[in-house]
Design a protein around this ligand. Structure first.
Ligand SMILES: Cc1cc2nc3c(=O)[nH]c(=O)nc-3n(C[C@H](O)[C@H](O)[C@H](O)COP(=O)(O)O)c2cc1C
Length: 398
């Protein structure tokens, strides 16, 4: 199975709303909800009502692919005690109602497999996204021993990780393979491996955090060894028809850190191991999840997705401050990425994919909405003639 850049579908319509085929999976459009943790797991780190409703909204909102948030491959890999896990069968089963619902709405669903590494047992974003404070621990927050490439903490005040032994590094592929097996059994359409934002795999990649002197450290090849062994192990658990994404921090944004040349070299290795899409994020090596010195602005990470796509010949996903339909469409038109992920703008408006279709002049009669919505909205167009547009913008008040 080739993982070269898939062909574009020829049509006059916006690229955003054309299907995209990766291996045996055809997405109905190019709009993706990226993984976003929400600290609302059910008992035993399972998927429950919150995630069913929260992620189900994005299917009704028209997205082609929705990713479940960073989901731990083992218990000590939880970033926060309220995160999801997929290291056991009960957790895998808990995703079934959500997966069935998404399938019924023709929206693909993926899961991001993650390990918190030295950032495990840390705060929720809205509490500061840093290390747990003594007050939070006193109030009952769960603390455990994180692990990392070395015993160097993320920064002052963070928990001191226990350095993984060489044997434990070798065993890590099995831990991820188990989680991938569970994800396949649960019925996910795709898997994303989280190698970004300073969590376990990012901390092995970056020279800032990986100063080991065994086979899992040293030069770039050594630092890539653990993530690549994991990619191989995860790929082996997946059917040939199932695409594999990898999320990278394309740059650390730290001095002498992981840089874009490193990412290109990493992507070459990923492609050779059957990875299909590189999801290009950044930052997070030495602070909170994505905190970095990377200057932020409209589409600030798009150049990373563009370079990886063009130099490596692999599909890429752009993410980060993509706010409008025209901006998203231009990214695809210019060949900067194959997929566009919309994070906080989808939190702001879970129907944003449907709204962007209207903005780009398609779906004018709500034909792509779920019929229980679309039938009524289409009927309303006639009622509003003369005083409002089909999407409800008032044009005449008297
Ligand atoms: C609430 C929230 C939770 C997030 N959780 C994750 C996560 O679980 N895994 C991940 O790789 N990135 C995570 N991110 C980063 C997003 O996937 C995305 O890359 C980032 O928000 C930038 O895109 P945006 O500007 O469209 O929001 C999170 C972001 C937000 C806002």
């Amino acid at each position: 199975m080739s993982s070269s850049v898939p062909d574009r579908v020829d049509s006059a319509g916006p690229l955003l709303f054309q299907p995209f085929k990766i291996r045996g999976l055809t997405l109905k459009n190019r709009l993706v909800v990226p993984p976003m943790v929400h600290y609302r797991a059910g008992p035993g780190s399972t998927c429950g009502m919150f995630h069913n409703v929260h992620l189900g909204r994005y299917a009704l909102g028209g997205f082609g692919l929705v990713f479940v948030e960073a989901t731990a491959v083992e218990e000590i890999g939880l970033i926060n005690e309220h995160d999801l896990g997929i290291w056991n069968a009960e957790q895998a089963r808990s995703f079934k109602p959500l997966i069935d619902f998404m399938r019924g709405e023709n929206t693909a669903i993926g899961i991001q497999l993650a390990h918190g590494g030295r950032k495990a047992s840390s705060q929720r974003a809205m509490d500061g996204m840093g290390p747990l404070t003594p007050e939070q621990i006193k109030a009952g927050a769960r603390v455990w021993q994180p692990v990392g490439p070395t015993s160097e903490p993320v920064a002052a005040g963070w928990l001191t990780p226990r350095q993984l032994t060489t044997a434990e590094c070798r065993a890590m592929a099995g831990t991820w393979a188990n989680a991938a097996r569970n994800a396949v059994a649960a019925g996910f359409d795709t898997i994303e491996i989280h190698t970004a934002h300073g969590y376990l795999l990012a901390s092995f990649l970056s020279p800032v955090s990986n100063t080991r002197n065994d086979e899992y450290g040293g030069d770039r090849q050594g630092r890539m060894r653990l993530p690549l062994e994991i990619v191989e192990a995860v790929r082996r658990e997946m059917p040939d028809t199932m695409p594999l994404f990898v999320r990278v921090s394309a740059v650390d944004g730290a001095q002498n850190g992981w840089n874009l040349d490193d990412t290109v070299a990493f992507a070459v290795e990923l492609k050779a191991r059957g990875v299909d899409v590189i999801d290009c994020s950044s930052g997070g090596i030495s602070g909170s999840a994505t905190a970095a010195q990377v200057p932020r602005g409209l589409g600030f990470q798009v150049p990373y997705a563009e370079r990886v796509r063009k130099e490596v010949g692999i599909a890429s996903m752009a993410v980060g401050i993509i706010l409008e339909a025209e901006q998203a469409e231009a990214i695809l038109q210019k060949g900067q990425a194959d997929l566009v992920a919309v994070g906080r703008q989808s939190q702001f408006n879970p129907n944003i994919a449907q709204h962007w279709a209207h903005d780009l002049g398609i779906n004018a009669r709500f034909e792509d909405w779920a019929p229980e919505y679309g039938w009524w909205l289409e009927k309303r167009i006639r009622t509003m003639e003369g005083f409002a547009t089909p999407t409800g913008v008032v044009t005449r008040r008297s």
